[in-house]
Write a protein that binds this ligand. Structure first.
Ligand SMILES: Cc1cc2nc3c(=O)[nH]c(=O)nc-3n(C[C@H](O)[C@H](O)[C@H](O)COP(=O)(O)OP(=O)(O)OC[C@H]3O[C@@H](n4cnc5c(N)ncnc54)[C@H](O)[C@@H]3O)c2cc1C
Length: 386
């Protein structure tokens, strides 16, 4: 076991951390023009294509390095929503194109998606099918050399600014895992419309909306992977997302922890720094323990991905460990700051940004169901869920 990054990864992360702190900070409210400006900067820096091979405009790095870069972005950039958008683009949209795309699809889509010229969004969740992925209703019906898509996706990150969507649709109703197919759909395709930008509690810098398909005609060559192979595309991209995207929260937790230590050393009550009270110092030790434990679980999962592991348990454990730690670290930070902690822009931000992490990429309850099933805990035959 080697717990240190190699010199190149270390140096890359230091550069990314400074870049994220100095160049990626955005306005308080979501602004599409500023979002795109920063997106291009992130592309120029290589952050949008860490795991994409160099031949297609990426950095050609593995999962451990990609996670380290996300951790550096999460630490450096206080707009966690922006970093989340970047991670959703890279791990839910670009990795499936790398893993399942044809040579033509890779050459067409990956370079502009890595450079920051274009933005991608991933649509699987639907109003009636959240955790129950296989209950989705969006249909893709084949007519000669085109598919016609009808249905709606909800909670689609990046939808309001996306140029291209990776979408899952049903090609064989009742076909279960083999009934889904993935498509690459350009945002300006007739029949595709994007709803209003959601207002969210956390990750406010990440735009999100519903996407509707109304007789949306997609050429068959835009199919990603084989017909009926959508579930495989989805599970592969989720393994990347549950591992590498969640690394951003390691960065946010570290930033929050450092701020909590500074506050505990500066704030004086009863004639002494509050960090001298065991109730406060032990809380900070617990925050450290949560962060470091989650960090080990996540990098262990990334290490597995780099070795071609198809184990679904390690990414699910990483998602669980990091998201639960991030929420608890946020709560602890608010308590350590006292009244200050609930003021806008203080520790409450870390807590608000952490809350959605329990939900996206499949809720934590669903992760536990999947892990339990993999451990042989089976009540009754169940359909596989997100
Ligand atoms: C910030 C954010 C970004 C997102 N981005 C995207 C995106 O880019 N693309 C996309 O497609 N989706 C996205 N989503 C949607 C996300 O994947 C879903 O919200 C999530 O899968 C849960 O679905 P749901 O909201 O319909 O909740 P439901 O499925 O309705 O679940 C509600 C509650 O019931 C519980 N539950 C449901 N079924 C079970 C069960 N079998 N056992 C135990 N508990 C269960 C859940 O754990 C949860 O607590 C995003 C969500 C958020 C919050």
């Amino acid at each position: 076991m080697d717990f240190a990054f190699d010199a190149q990864t270390h140096e890359m992360c230091e550069t990314i951390k400074d870049f994220a702190r100095d160049r990626l900070v955005g306005p308080d409210a979501f602004d599409p023009d500023d979002f795109r400006r920063r997106w291009r900067l992130a592309g120029e820096q290589g952050a949008l294509g860490t795991v994409v091979p160099g031949a297609y405009g990426g950095l050609g790095q593995g999962a451990v390095t990609a996670a380290a870069v996300m951790e550096a972005l999460g630490y450096g950039c206080t707009d966690t929503g922006f970093v989340f958008s970047l991670g959703a683009h890279l791990f839910a949209c670009l990795t499936p194109i790398v893993d399942f795309g044809t040579e033509e699809q890779k050459r067409q889509w990956l370079p502009p998606l890595c450079s920051g010229e274009r933005i991608a969004a991933h649509g699987i969740t639907e109003p009636e099918a959240g955790s129950d992925t296989l209950g989705m209703r969006t249909r893709a019906e084949r007519h000669n050399d085109v598919y016609v898509l009808n249905g709606s996706k909800s909670f689609t990150t990046n939808a309001p600014v996306a140029d291209v969507f990776v979408v899952q649709a049903v090609t064989r109703p009742g076909g279960g895992c083999f009934g889904l197919t993935s498509f690459i759909v350009e945002a300006d395709t007739p029949g595709l419309t994007v709803g209003r930008c959601y207002e969210k509690t956390g990750l406010r810098g990440s735009p999100m909306a519903d996407v509707h398909f109304d007789d949306c005609v997609v050429p068959a060559h835009r199919m990603l992977g084989p017909e009926g192979g959508g579930f495989g595309v989805f599970t592969t991209s989720m393994a990347w997302e549950r591992t590498c995207l969640f690394a951003l929260y390691l960065g946010t937790m570290r930033r929050t922890l450092e701020a909590s230590i500074a506050h505990a050393n500066e704030r004086r009550q009863f004639g002494t720094a509050i960090g001298g009270f065991q109730a406060v110092s032990h809380r900070i030790v617990d925050m450290t323990l949560r962060l470091e434990s989650a960090r080990l679980v996540l990098y262990r999962a990334a290490w597995g991905l780099d070795r071609g592991s198809t184990d679904e348990v390690a990414p699910a454990l990483a998602k669980l460990a990091v998201s639960e730690a991030a929420v608890q670290v946020g709560l602890d930070a608010v308590r350590i700051q006292g009244g200050l902690g609930v003021l806008h822009g203080q520790s409450e931000t870390a807590l608000r940004d952490a809350l959605p992490a329990r939900i996206f990429s499949g809720t934590n309850e669903i992760q536990k169901n999947n892990i339990a099933r993999a451990m042989g805990l089976r009540g009754k035959p169940a359909r596989r869920r997100k």
